[in-house]
Design a protein around this ligand. Structure first.
Ligand code: DQA
Length: 143
């Protein structure tokens, strides 16, 4: 199975950005760890990032008919984007929403997610390990 891992704005700075919240691992480290676990689970994993809402929407459209599952950390767009929700609603396979931090332990404006209405599962507060947990769950959903 092909799995797309999509990351939203500022996650290109993972490892440098507020490491007390998001940790010291870079997005490249996360992508490599996901590719390794994907191999063990028989899944072909691609990890991508954009700072632009429309680019993320195009990536979701491209996954239609091409990938079997989407794991997405929409970052700040989680709390603002009906457009990303709608794009995910046009994707036929399982969607897992990941947040590195526990969004419910933070500012009130992070407590609501537009994406959760479409997500089959939500992982928040497990650090970058959350991406690996999401992949394991994705393997179960697709298996
Ligand atoms: C985040 C949480 C969001 O509130 C924030 O805007 C991010 C990252 C997380 O992974 O914890 O950029 O999605």
């Amino acid at each position: 199975a092909k799995i797309e891992i999509l990351n939203g704005p500022n996650l290109n700075l993972l490892g440098q950005r507020q490491p007390e919240i998001y940790g010291h691992e870079t997005l490249e480290d996360v992508g490599n760890a996901c590719a390794r676990l994907g191999q063990e689970l028989g899944m072909q994993v691609r990890c991508r990032q954009s700072n632009h809402e429309g680019v993320l929407i195009d990536m979701i459209h491209d996954a239609r008919g091409a990938a079997q599952g989407i794991i997405i950390n929409p970052a700040a767009f989680t709390h603002t984007s009906v457009a990303i929700l709608d794009a995910l609603s046009a994707f036929e396979g399982p969607v897992i929403e990941v947040h590195i931090s526990n969004i419910h332990k933070r500012e009130a404006f992070r407590h609501h997610s537009y994406i959760s209405a479409r997500a089959d599962a939500l992982i928040s507060g497990c650090g970058t390990q959350g991406y690996l947990l999401a992949l394991q769950h994705m393997a179960r959903l697709l298996g």
